[in-house]
Design a protein around this ligand. Structure first.
Ligand code: ATP
Ligand code: MG
Length: 355
C-alpha cells in the first residue's frame, strides 16, 4: 500500500457534485501511509448532510477493497472554514444525553452520537460526567491514558475517532468518587467545560450519570445546555423514569431534543426477518408522542454493539452498516436539526452560565 495506490482507490468516490471525484477536487488531505495503516482527512464543503454522512464508510470501503480487508483506514472529515451548516459553527452547542433509569444505554448513545457527528465534519467534544461509573474511557479504548496538562495549566482532552473527549473516570479515583456530592461533581463538570483546552467546537455531548437526582439537576442547572436527548428502553419502569427525565429538563427550561429507544428489539442473526420485542414494543415512541417531543428512532439489541463498546471502537466505526450504526447516524442528523431549530428560536445565549 502506497500513497499513490490509496489515492487511486479514493478516486473512485464521486464528490458532492457527482461529477469529479474527491481526489481531483482536492478534498483529500494529509495522507500518510504506514505499513497497513492509511490516515487522511477529507475536507467537505459543509458539515452534516447525506454526502458527509456516508463519506467515512465509503472511503474505508474503497481503500479496503483495493488493498485488503485487514487495512486500517483512519479518516477524518473536516468542514471548510466559513462553511454553511444547519448549525452555527464554533459556538459549542451543549447537548446532554440522559435517562431516568441506569443501564439503558446512555453512554453507548452518547459515544456513537459523538462519533457520528465528528464523521459528518462537526468538531465534536464528549464529556463523561459519570464519576461513579464512567464508561466512556472503555468505549473509546482510552482507559489507560491520562490527559496531559499544557503550559497554561489547562487539561488537554484526548482525541479518538475525531472526537475530543474527557472523562471524570480518567481523573477521579473510583474509590474516592463514592464520597463526592452534587456540588463537587457539578463544579468539576464546569471545570471540564470551561477550563480544558477544547479548541473550537461545534457540538459537545455530555454523558450524564443515570437518574434525575441531585447530581443531574445541579449539572443541568449550572451549564447552559442547548438541549437534551433522553434514552429509554421500551420497558415500563424505564419509561416511567424517562418521563421524569423529560420533566427535569422542562423544569429548568432545557429543550428536550427527542427520545431515542434503545434495546428496541432483537433480531437473531440467523432469522433476519424476525423481531423479538424483549422489553416491550413501541413504548418510547408513545412516550415521545405523549410529551410532544420528537422520536429519534430505535436501536435494536445487537451483540456487535455490546462488543464494540467493550473493545473501545464505537459501532458507527466498527460496523457502519449495522442497523444500530445507521440508527445512531440518523439520530445524530435529527439532533443537529433540532439544536439548530431551537437555537434559531432563542436569542443568542451565553456559552456557559455559572450560577
Ligand atoms: N442496543 C444494545 N445492544 C446490545 N448491547 C447494548 C445496547 N445498548 C447498550 N448495550 C450494552 O449495555 C451495557 C450498558 O450500556 P451503557 O453503559 O451505554 O448504559 P448507560 O445507560 O450509560 O449505563 P449507566 O446508567 O451505568 O451509565 C453496555 O455493556 C452496552 O454495551
Ligand atoms: Mg453510562
Amino acid at each position: 500500500m502506497t500513497r499513490k495506490s490509496v489515492l487511486g482507490a479514493l478516486a473512485s468516490i464521486a464528490g458532492p457534485d457527482r461529477k469529479k471525484d474527491i481526489v481531483r477536487l482536492g478534498m483529500v488531505r494529509d495522507l500518510e501511509v504506514r505499513g497497513r495503516v492509511a490516515t487522511f482527512a477529507v475536507s467537505i464543503p459543509r458539515p452534516g448532510g447525506t454526502f458527509a454522512n456516508t463519506l467515512v464508510a465509503r472511503c474505508q470501503e474503497a481503500v479496503r477493497s483495493a488493498h485488503g480487508p485487514d487495512v486500517e483506514v483512519r479518516v477524518r472529515v473536516t468542514a471548510r472554514k466559513g462553511a454553511k451548516s444547519p448549525l452555527q459553527l464554533g459556538t459549542r452547542h451543549l447537548v446532554a444525553v440522559a435517562s431516568g433509569k441506569g443501564g439503558v444505554g446512555k453512554s453507548t448513545v452518547a459515544a456513537n452520537l459523538a462519533v457520528a457527528l465528528a464523521q459528518q465534519g462537526f468538531r465534536t467534544g464528549l464529556v463523561d460526567t459519570d464519576i461513579y461509573g464512567p464508561s466512556v474511557p472503555t468505549m473509546f479504548g482510552v482507559e489507560n491514558e491520562k490527559p496531559r496538562v499544557n503550559r497554561n495549566r489547562k487539561i488537554v482532552p484526548l482525541e479518538r475517532y475525531g472526537v475530543r473527549l474527557l472523562s471524570m473516570g480518567l481523573l477521579v479515583d473510583a474509590a474516592q468518587a463514592v464520597i463526592w456530592r452534587g456540588p463537587m461533581v457539578s463544579s468539576a463538570v464546569r471545570q471540564f467545560l470551561g477550563d480544558a483546552e477544547w479548541g473550537e467546537l461545534d457540538v459537545m455531548i455530555l454523558d450524564l450519570p443515570p437518574g434525575t437526582g441531585d447530581i443531574q439537576l445541579t449539572i443541568v442547572q449550572t451549564v447552559s445546555l442547548s438541549g437534551a436527548v433522553i434514552v429509554s428502553t421500551p420497558q415500563r419502569v424505564a419509561l416511567a423514569d424517562a418521563r421524569k427525565g423529560v420533566a427535569m429538563f422542562q423544569q429548568v427550561n432545557v429543550p428536550v431534543l427527542g427520545i431515542i429507544e434503545n434495546m428496541a428489539y432483537f433480531t437473531p442473526p440467523d432469522m433476519p426477518g424476525r423481531r423479538y420485542h424483549l422489553f416491550g414494543e413501541g413504548g418510547a415512541r408513545k412516550l415521545a408522542d405523549e410529551v410532544s417531543v420528537p422520536f429519534l428512532g430505535e436501536v435494536p439489541i445487537e451483540q456487535r454493539l455490546r462488543e464494540s463498546g467493550d473493545e473501545g471502537t464505537p459501532i458507527v466505526i466498527a460496523a457502519p452498516k449495522s442497523t444500530s450504526a445507521k440508527a445512531f447516524t440518523a439520530a445524530a442528523n435529527q439532533v443537529v436539526s433540532a439544536v439548530a431549530d431551537h437555537a434559531d428560536a432563542q436569542t443568542a445565549a451565553p456559552e456557559i452560565v455559572y450560577r
